[in-house]
Design a protein around this ligand. Structure first.
Ligand code: 5AD
Ligand code: SF4
Length: 466
């Protein structure tokens, strides 16, 4: 390298928490690329480390401070050999505690909230002490460069696409309305342009993201007001996009058009993540969830009528303030009655600034521990039953990567289950028909069907190696 060419700079981005942070990490890399930063997967080699943080529960935020402790040692070691490293804290902890992070951790050079990523290059130039946690009036997406085709390709065959951000629901336990701000829907034209770009780069599956994704709405190309169902249909019409999913939804925003879309649209994958949080009406009311347990059950019945094979998943908060044994039992009963493909359950975590944190009737930790173990055992039982039921079935698998063992490839079933088979690497990026033959701990084992039974997409690829 000549003395005049600056060495390429490397950025290491570590994301915590939700899928939107994964998407945002990609956009941060995109905005830094023209500044000469290439992504690295080694923190030790990085000139810039970005922690893309999560504030949803206490444990998630604590991880940031312990990671910063490790980075402090690394930065010191690098300084000892004359190397520098900038450290940025992004994401929801940055938004909620920006000033405090700067005070607590002198190694942090800058703090940038989720609405300000397009200003990262300017903040880096500003140097140590820059904090940007404004909620700007302008749309950050309008200022972020579109993911390049090469990058999309590097990200594989399945991509996230944020269509909505923020939340106006104000569940009393949740920090999201404070960290991500008010609900904003991205315009149809921008979403379609990004989806087309992803399709051209070889992406076959798109997951539309939003904190409250089914509240997305916008002015459609035909001038009519669209909700998420219409947007899904439009994206499905893009050549090359074979699978669409969306996450995360609120029960109060599941409109008829979205339910009908699950019945009509073959590209809409039969899985739905629909958090209920509790099965007790008293607790749901205290959570400000805007639905009862009976309304949730009725909604699930309508969704199942539209798409009987849909795989349902949910989130549950255990030990919300005032939760009694009877309230918890109501949650367990709801889980037993509905039958989930899997689920996420969390101990209630007091988040500063949220109404529930002020409540006097907090549930003791050991009670939360016992209840959490009970619900997790029940959900695991249901998840195991769901996976066992797949054995013997024939499913279309979108292959994403090489498997752990040589000669193996891995992908996802329509129900989001990981499936591995013995098969040619040329199938990666394609959908092939597979018979499920067994259940492993976190995945299903399958066998590729013979060519005559294959999809149009995959038969020649299989024939070529047969
Ligand atoms: N404590 C525990 N779990 C929480 N969640 C959100 N806020 C809290 C909290 N304060 C859970 C909810 C939500 C998921 C993303 O995180 O179940 O659906
Ligand atoms: Fe948080 Fe979801 Fe409730 Fe919004 S709807 S406040 S993101 S839990």
């Amino acid at each position: 390298m000549s003395a005049t060419t600056p060495p390429p700079r490397r950025v290491f981005i570590k994301s915590y928490g939700c899928q939107m942070n994964v998407y945002d990490a990609g956009r941060m890399a995109d905005v830094l690329a023209p500044e000469g930063y290439a992504e690295t997967d080694s923190m030790e080699n990085a000139d810039l480390v970005i922690l893309n943080t999560c504030h949803i529960r206490e444990k998630a935020s604590e991880k940031v401070y312990s990671e910063l402790g490790r980075i402090r040692a690394l930065k010191r070691d690098k300084a000892a050999v004359g190397q520098t490293m900038q450290v940025a804290v992004a994401g929801c902890v940055a938004q909620a505690e920006g000033g405090e992070i700067m005070r607590r951790e002198p190694i942090v050079d800058l703090v940038v909230g989720p609405q300000a990523y397009h200003r990262l290059p300017a903040l880096l130039r500003q140097g140590r002490g820059a904090v940007d946690t404004d909620f700007p009036i302008e749309d950050k997406f309008g200022h972020l460069p579109m993911a390049s085709r090469e990058k999309a390709r590097a990200r594989g065959v399945s991509a996230f696409l944020t269509v909505q951000e923020g939340c106006d629901k104000f569940c009393t336990f949740c920090v999201v309305p404070y960290t991500r701000g008010a609900e904003v829907s991205r315009p149809v034209s921008r979403i379609i342009a990004e989806a087309e770009e992803l399709a051209k780069a070889g992406i076959r599956e798109i997951t539309l993201l939003g904190q409250n994704v089914n509240a997305w709405h916008g002015s459609g190309e035909n001038g009519a007001q669209w909700t998420l169902g219409q947007l899904m249909r439009r994206i499905a019409a893009i050549a090359g996009i074979d699978r669409i999913r969306y996450s995360t939804s609120h029960p109060a925003d599941m409109d008829d058009a979205l339910i009908a879309m699950h019945r009509d649209l073959k590209e809409a994958m039969p899985s739905l993540h629909l958090p209920v949080q509790s099965g007790s009406d008293r607790i749901l009311k205290a959570m400000n969830r805007k639905h009862t347990a009976a309304q949730y059950r009725a909604l699930i019945a309508r969704v199942r009528e539209a798409r009987p094979d849909i795989a349902l998943t949910s989130d549950f908060i255990i030990g919300f303030p005032g939760e009694t044994d009877a309230d918890f039992e109501a949650t367990m009963q709801l889980v037993r009655d509905i039958g989930f493909a899997s689920g996420y359950s969390f101990k209630y975590s007091e988040r500063p600034g949220t109404p529930a944190a002020e409540k006097k009737n907090q549930v003791p930790e050991f009670v939360k521990t016992v209840r959490l173990a009970a619900i997790q055992a029940l959900i695991l039982e249901q998840q195991t039953a769901f996976n066992l039921a797949a054995v013997g079935q024939i499913v279309d698998v979108l292959f994403e990567k090489a498997g752990r063992n040589s000669g193996q490839i891995g992908g996802k079933s329509p129900h989001m289950q990981a499936v591995h088979v013995d098969g040619p690497a040329s199938l990666i990026g394609h959908i092939a028909r597979v018979k499920i033959i067994g259940v492993a701990s976190n995945s299903l084992a399958g066998a590729l069907l013979p060519v005559d039974y294959q999809t149009a997409d995959s038969n020649t690829l299989i024939e070529s190696v047969a």
